[in-house]
Write a new protein. Structure first.
Lengths: 114, 111
């Protein structure tokens, strides 16, 4: 049990829809990460939030918009996505140990864009 | 460019036999190295990590990994495979607040 929940677990949306993915943790982590996992590709780091401020955006398209209202919740807002955005989206807080930052992942949201 | 490579898309092994899943890294400095496992329809689960010290690291479910600095490798091993070990395995390197993941290796353990 990682202490991280993600909802919904599965999402199917059209290219013109607007939806949001939610990640929740109550373990006191002060940083959170969004990853995209596509088939047969390495995990791609999308966003890093530290202390509720976005500190890194690895050139993610603007159709993905993260929001971190507090240290327990992280959202990924989606709009006008493309079929190639279909993937598993994973949320992960580090475990907080100094100099280790082991990552424990949430169960992920399986997104399908039609 | 920093990267982690898993040269095998798939590894097949018979139950009870030893298994090895390969990983090599090209991450600057002295990176921390990790192995994660992903079961079907689940997120990634942490298996083990190397930071410093003994080159042989023991982790969950009987897995271990050997760090080899000269070969820049961090292969995952288990002396006796179980059918329940069948899953997708990811190697990762961490340095300067960034994780670099390999593309994953699918492990198939047959009865």
């Amino acid at each position: 049990e990682t202490g991280v929940t993600q909802t919904p677990r599965h999402l199917v949306m059209g290219m013109t829809n607007k939806k949001s993915l939610k990640c929740e943790q109550h373990l006191g982590h002060n940083a959170m990460y969004w990853y995209k996992q596509s088939a047969k590709k390495p995990l791609e780091l999308m966003f890093v939030y530290s202390l509720e401020e976005r500190v890194e955006n690895n050139s993610v398209p603007s159709r993905f918009s993260p929001e971190c209202p507090n240290s327990s919740h992280l959202f990924l807002h989606l709009h006008t996505l493309q079929p190639e955005d279909s993937a598993l989206y994973l949320c992960a807080p580090p475990d907080g140990e100094i100099c280790t930052d082991t990552q424990y992942f949430g169960p992920g949201t399986r997104l399908t864009v039609l | 460019a920093q990267s982690v490579a898993q040269p095998e898309d798939q590894v097949n092994v018979a139950e009870g036999n030893p298994l090895t899943v390969k990983c090599t890294y090209s991450v600057s400095g002295n990176p921390y190295l990790f192995w994660y496992v992903q079961y079907p329809n689940r997120g990634l689960q942490f298996l083990l990590k190397y930071i410093t010290g003994d080159n042989l690291v023991k982790g969950s479910y009987g897995f271990e990994a050997e760090f080899n600095k000269s070969q820049t490798s961090f292969h995952l091993k288990k002396p006796s495979a179980l059918v329940s070990d069948s899953a997708l395995y990811f190697c990762a390197g961490y340095n300067f607040n960034k994780f670099y993941f390999g593309s994953g290796t699918k492990l198939n353990v047959k009865p």
